[in-house]
Design a protein around this ligand. Structure first.
Ligand code: ADP
Ligand code: MG
Length: 358
């Protein structure tokens, strides 16, 4: 989708896709629903001219495969993309099928016993009375909009040593809401300003504070390779800024290598290896199960939490993950794979299609 002034959010990623694609014999075109000429079913696509080092446009037909990187940001864009899908989806082929919102996703993942043991307890928001019970049971809870992204609209409530609870979070514009003490009697009134409804989920909070008080978690990228098989491309740590209850990079989080963070926390290489093994196994299970439930996927980004005992928890599954985290921690080879694998998988799909026709 275009941002203001016809800017595109991920243009530098698309440029890298184009350059790698060219080496592999894949032509990469970039287009948005605004670039379609409906009557002719043609698009005015962007392509990267590597010799001239710039983006140019040309009229073309829809490509054979679509890598959907569309992020809606608002109602108008959502309508646009829905219209595009209902109009063209029958003739288009995608690398990935859409996934579900956080609540549906939780329910579906719970069906798998192996994965369910890694899911924090989660319920739909159903009034402050139930919420307080849930909070007393788990001591720390996260309230999240079921369709939120990037750490927007997230509140954390936790018990304190003294009386009352500590409430903090991020509003819809991702601004930090500083910690404030609230008493049980006040919770209902406080939450009413948030207009919570059943579009919010309430989740057991995993304790993720580091020694300096900042929270952390991990982002794992699981992708299909050039043989159509799932592989873990990489996993990196993220540390939230001060006073933040989320660690998303777009919310000011810092990327850190996974081993650095785990060693800092557990001070024991054997333990670190054990945790990584559990996390990798979970990542593969989730990718395989999601594909079984939602149909073909090219990649998923998984948010993982590792609690003070070393247990691995699954916080979120992202259908359109970014991969900048690997660039930020200097894992050049992981970063390269993160970009080339979707191209390799696309290439594999095309070859398979051809051989089926023959
Ligand atoms: N149950 C939880 N326990 C601890 N931290 C959490 C929990 N849920 C979310 N977080 C923190 O908030 C961030 C954003 O939550 P997430 O569910 O990934 O939503 P979003 O779609 O906004 O990224 C996570 O990356 C993590 O830092
Ligand atoms: Mg997330």
């Amino acid at each position: 989708m275009y941002l203001e002034e016809r800017k595109l959010e991920e243009l530098s990623f698309f440029r890298k896709l184009s350059i790698y694609g060219q080496k592999m014999g894949i032509e990469v075109l970039v287009f948005t629903p605004d670039d379609i000429h409906a009557s002719k079913s043609r698009i005015q696509a962007l392509y990267y001219n590597t010799a001239a080092r710039k983006w140019q446009r040309k009229w073309t037909y829809f490509p054979e495969l679509i890598y959907d990187r569309c992020r809606y940001h608002g109602m108008e864009n959502y309508r646009k993309i829905s219209r595009f899908r209902s109009q063209y989806n029958r003739r288009l082929k995608y690398l990935s099928n859409p996934l579900a919102n956080k609540w549906s996703m939780h329910q579906i993942l719970s069906e798998n016993e192996e994965i369910a043991s890694h899911l924090p307890a989660t319920v739909r928001y159903n009034g402050s009375k139930e919420l307080i019970q849930f909070l007393k049971k788990y001591q720390r809870i996260y309230l999240k909009p079921r369709s939120g992204t990037g750490g927007r609209g997230i509140i954390r409530l936790q018990m304190t040593h003294g009386s009352g609870f500590l409430m903090q979070g991020r509003d819809q514009n991702r601004h930090i809401i500083r910690p404030q003490r609230v008493y049980e009697m006040q919770i209902s009134a406080k939450l009413s300003t948030w207009k919570l409804n059943d579009r919010y989920i309430v989740q057991q909070g995993i304790p993720l504070s580091l020694k300096d008080g900042r929270v952390h978690d991990f982002r794992m990228l699981v992708q299909k390779n050039g043989k159509g098989e799932w592989e873990i491309t990489g996993c990196a740590g993220r540390v939230g800024p001060r006073n933040s209850v989320t660690s998303n990079l777009h919310g000011g989080g810092t990327a850190v290598p996974m081993d650095t963070l785990l060693l800092l926390r557990f001070e024991n290489q054997a333990k670190v290896e054990e945790i990584k093994e559990e996390a990798y196994k979970l990542g593969m299970n989730v990718a395989e199960f999601i594909e079984k439930k939602f149909g073909q996927q090219v990649e998923i980004g998984i948010d993982l939490a590792i609690d003070p005992k070393g247990k691995v928890w699954l916080l979120e599954v992202n259908p359109k993950p970014s991969r900048e985290v690997f660039h930020k921690i200097g894992e050049t080879e992981t970063y390269r794979k993160a970009i080339t694998r979707p191209l390799e998988y696309a290439s594999w799909l095309m070859k398979r299609k051809k051989s089926k026709k023959e």
